[in-house]
Design a protein around this ligand. Structure first.
Ligand code: ATP
Ligand code: MG
Length: 262
């Protein structure tokens, strides 16, 4: 069993020690993720403080599929880890609905049990469910990600994208309300990429309860999103509906190209 699976299985049980809380009263039910003025710095061995995130604020409505975009090194993964509770912000406040699940970039870090069925059922041990209830949850979750036909398959025989979908099914089976997904399509071929993104879209469409925040740098993936947050240099530059963010990034890219050419 590896670290990734341990985290996936235990995230709902052990709340992180920082300010993330599902009992905050000033956040309405229709907001799944609310970060306010989140700062994160690291201190080097020489004692120098290096800011990674600066005053990042974002609000993601419940039941929606949002993307977190921005150039390499702008702080997307760091912000996602703070939302997941893996890192604590230096200051600022973070609210994320629970239970939540963090799915990693590398598909081989996601699945550990011998079969698809066992892997999706893996996190359900803590819920004290009957065998029938476990089977029903596993079956519904695999259906949502389009993997029902793979119930008895050995996980070793799955493609990268299929492994990611099984990991997402594991989170859905645990009734996770928020999925935090970091560049899941990086290692995948085009077919697998589309399969994973459609699986997330379908999971949200089949349950009003689930919200997803998907980190990517692929602009074409925006067509599946309800909204997006755009970051640069450790700051949230803009957030809004997917079409507006796409326009904003294209204008920014062409201004950048003009600047280089001149
Ligand atoms: N523990 C750390 N020590 C030093 N620098 C760090 C640490 N963690 C992150 N950084 C730096 O913070 C910045 C943001 O990193 P992060 O991984 O969040 O970016 P990202 O937007 O996810 O990038 P990518 O698109 O390449 O995945 C980078 O410059 C990175 O080198
Ligand atoms: Mg990253």
């Amino acid at each position: 069993m590896n670290h990734a699976t341990l985290f996936r299985a235990s995230a709902a049980l052990f709340p992180p020690p920082h300010s993330t809380s599902s009992t905050r009263t000033n956040v309405t039910d229709n907001i799944a993720i609310d970060g306010r003025n989140v700062n994160f710095s690291i201190t080097t061995r020489q004692g120098k403080v290096v800011p990674i995130l600066r005053d990042c604020s974002l609000r993601i409505p419940s039941g929606q599929f949002w993307m977190l975009l921005g150039p390499n090194g702008c702080g997307k993964s760091t912000l996602l880890k703070i939302l997941a509770g893996v890192l604590s912000p230096t200051n600022g406040t973070v609210y994320v609905k629970r239970p939540k699940s963090f799915v990693f970039q590398n598909p081989d870090h996601q699945v550990v049990m011998p079969t698809v069925e066992a892997d999706v059922a893996f996190g359900l041990g803590k819920f004290n469910l009957t065998c029938g209830e476990v089977r029903s949850r596993v079956s519904k979750a695999l259906d949502a990600v389009g993997m029902s036909d793979y119930l008895q398959r050995s996980v070793q025989t799955l493609s990268g994208g299929q492994k990611q979908r099984v990991a997402i099914a594991g989170a859905l089976a645990e009734a996770c309300k928020v999925l935090l997904l970091d560049e899941l399509t990086t290692f995948l071929d085009e077919n697998d990429q589309i399969g994973v993104i459609k699986a997330v879209r379908n999971s949200l469409d089949s349950s009003e309860e689930v919200t997803a925040l998907w980190v990517t740098h692929r602009l074409e993936e925006l067509e599946y999103a309800d909204g997006a947050v755009y970051m640069e240099n450790g700051e949230v530059v803009m957030q809004g509906d997917a079409a507006s963010i796409l326009d904003f990034i294209r204008v920014r890219q062409s201004a950048y190209i003009k600047q280089i050419n001149s």
